[in-house]
Design a protein around this ligand. Structure first.
Ligand code: MF3
Ligand code: CO
Length: 257
């Protein structure tokens, strides 16, 4: 069953989402050549705790860190390590926080310094897929309209969609119903209703979308070594349209209500 959250609960989820937005800002600022993803993990955990929140991923099915940091051909669920980031790296950061029993989950991908045009395009197309999918998170649309929008945008941009992972409902748990594919025909699945809260997360790569999971049991990489990118927001479906709960206050995209 897909939960419908009350307005009060959406306010709680927005609070959790604001913590995630603050973490995203801090981690983005710290993502520079020479820093390790373990440094970024420490930054993220500190910001989360300063807000009285707790990391959502740490301990989830045994996951050992606050963020997932997936570099270059790593796609999702990269475990932070001590390798210094370098100019030209494409870094995806995924972070979740829990505040007062409610969860927020968001991800972004950033290139360090100058990267080939294809890498820059990959990041931009991934963000565009997320924007288009978010725009469809409104009552009257069906779940797979979101899936279809991601795939259509990715294909139009010359990118591949990863199929093994997708978005999900979120609320009082990190992962709730429904699963959200990033591909498929439109007009299928449940009608979106006010109060649904969805973590929408396009995951794209430049080459073949087949993945390999590392021996650590988590890190997913493209089998062909091609670059991957990931973008995610937690979004509430409201009568007035999508409410991006993990948006920065100052971007207007999450305009509070
Ligand atoms: N945003 C990712 C997801 O929804 C992050 C999960 S990492 C985990 O699947 F460690 F929590 F599994
Ligand atoms: Co997620």
């Amino acid at each position: 069953m897909i939960q419908r959250r009350t307005d009060r609960e959406l306010d709680q989820l927005r609070r959790a989402g604001r913590v995630v937005a603050a973490v995203r800002r801090a981690v983005l600022a710290a993502t520079t050549p020479g820093r390790s993803t373990r440094d970024l993990d420490a930054v993220a955990e500190q910001v989360i705790r300063e807000h009285g929140a707790t990391p959502a991923f740490k301990g989830y099915r045994g996951y050992p860190a606050t963020i997932c940091a997936s570099v270059n051909e790593q796609v999702v669920h990269g475990i932070p390590d001590d390798i210094p980031l370098a100019e030209g790296d494409v870094v995806s950061i995924d972070v979740g926080a829990q505040l007062g029993g409610y969860f927020g989950d968001a991800a972004f991908t950033v290139a360090l310094g100058a990267v080939p045009t294809a890498a820059g395009n990959l990041i931009e197309v991934t963000e565009e897929c997320l924007r288009r999918a978010i725009a469809l998170a409104r009552p009257g649309n069906r779940l797979s309209d979101i899936s279809h929008a991601v795939e259509t945008c990715a294909v139009a941009g010359g990118m591949s969609v990863v199929r093994q992972f997708g978005g999900h409902g979120i609320g009082r748990s990190l992962h709730e119903e429904p699963h959200i594919n990033n591909y498929g025909p439109p007009g299928k699945g449940p009608l979106l209703q006010p109060g649904f809260v969805l973590a929408i997360e396009p995951i794209l790569c430049l080459g073949n979308p087949e993945l390999l999971i590392a021996d650590d049991g988590w890190t997913a990489s493209t089998a062909d070594g091609s670059l991957a990118a990931h973008a995610e927001h937690t979004v509430a479906v409201t009568a007035d349209g999508p409410w991006v709960l993990t948006a920065d206050d100052d971007l207007g995209e999450g305009a509070d209500r």
